[in-house]
Design a protein around this ligand. Structure first.
Ligand code: ZN
Ligand code: ZN
Length: 280
């Protein structure tokens, strides 16, 4: 499995557009891995997690053939995670040609929220009614917590978080990946599922919105990130061989990339950056 990070920032980009804190100033000076777009990941060229506002920009910067994407998992719908303006261009009236179907998986609530955002682009547009799904070339599946779905060559299992967002387990013959952003706590029930099914992750991508000792509400800070990894290790769902990556990174308490990575490695994890590609 090839995993490419298209974006690794929290909701408002990193650096924050108008912020002059030390971290944002340094990020602008240093550039490169310190410039983070909104979080999104591409798997093997054909599966995207979160088709967000930076979708086309990320594709231009990181050499992505967006027309090859056939499968689409959405974790929730907000300005950071859903780019309605990109999706609406799938309509015939944009003179789009050679459209291939896109298979969307998201919770029913997220599909409703995405529909509301699409309707702001084009009156009546939605991801629920057959007429509109056909117009947009989308096949939508409203997913249920803990149920397994076939998604192309992948098996996926969505789990609800305590924040009404969805985290995903994605597996193919080569890799077991767990993608969990926008949460401050993986529920015991979710962790139990993996323990009971004796699943060991090859790769875990976890929310690391805040640095050490920053008050964290709805997201993980460094302290809770480390506690979460420890908990997963205790359960045996990650091992020394598993790769753990921090993503969804904000300017609050986090360090410039190279320093951040050094500190993270001491605690047994890696820090993702935009354009990072790993092969498992
Ligand atoms: Zn977020
Ligand atoms: Zn800042």
């Amino acid at each position: 499995m090839k995993i490419k990070f298209l974006g690794t920032s929290a909701a408002h980009s990193y650096p924050l557009p108008f912020c002059n804190c030390n971290i944002c100033v340094k990020a602008r000076q240093m550039g490169d891995k310190n410039m983070r777009k909104r979080s999104s990941v591409l798997i093997n060229d054909d599966l995207i997690i979160d088709l967000g506002p930076d979708f086309t920009t990320a594709a231009f910067m990181h050499q992505v053939d967006t027309t090859a994407i056939r499968h689409w998992l959405q974790t929730y719908c907000d300005s950071e995670s859903f780019g309605a303006a990109h999706v609406i261009t799938r309509m015939g009236e944009y003179a789009v040609e050679g459209l291939k179907p896109l298979f969307l998986f998201a919770s029913p609530e997220t599909i409703q929220d995405m529909s509301d955002k699409l309707a702001q682009e084009k009156a009546g547009a939605n991801l629920i009614k057959t007429e509109w799904l056909e117009k947009l070339g989308v096949v939508a599946t409203a997913v249920k917590h803990g149920k397994e779905y076939v998604c192309g060559s992948y098996a996926i299992i969505p789990f609800d978080t305590n924040q009404n967002k969805t985290v995903y387990f994605i597996a193919d013959d080569t890799c077991k990946l767990f993608y969990a952003l926008n949460t401050d706590k993986l529920t015991t029930e979710t962790l139990d599922y993996f323990s009971e099914h004796r699943i060991v992750f090859d790769v875990v991508i976890l929310d690391h919105t805040y640095g050490f000792n920053v008050y964290a509400d709805g997201h993980l800070n460094a302290n809770n990130f480390i506690k979460t990894i420890a908990k997963m290790k205790e359960r045996g769902i990650i091992t020394e061989q598993s790769k753990v990556y921090a993503s969804h990174i904000s300017h609050e308490g986090n360090l410039p990339h190279d320093e951040f990575l050094m500190l993270a490695k001491k605690h047994g994890y890696e820090v993702a950056y935009d354009g990072l590609e790993i092969i498992v």
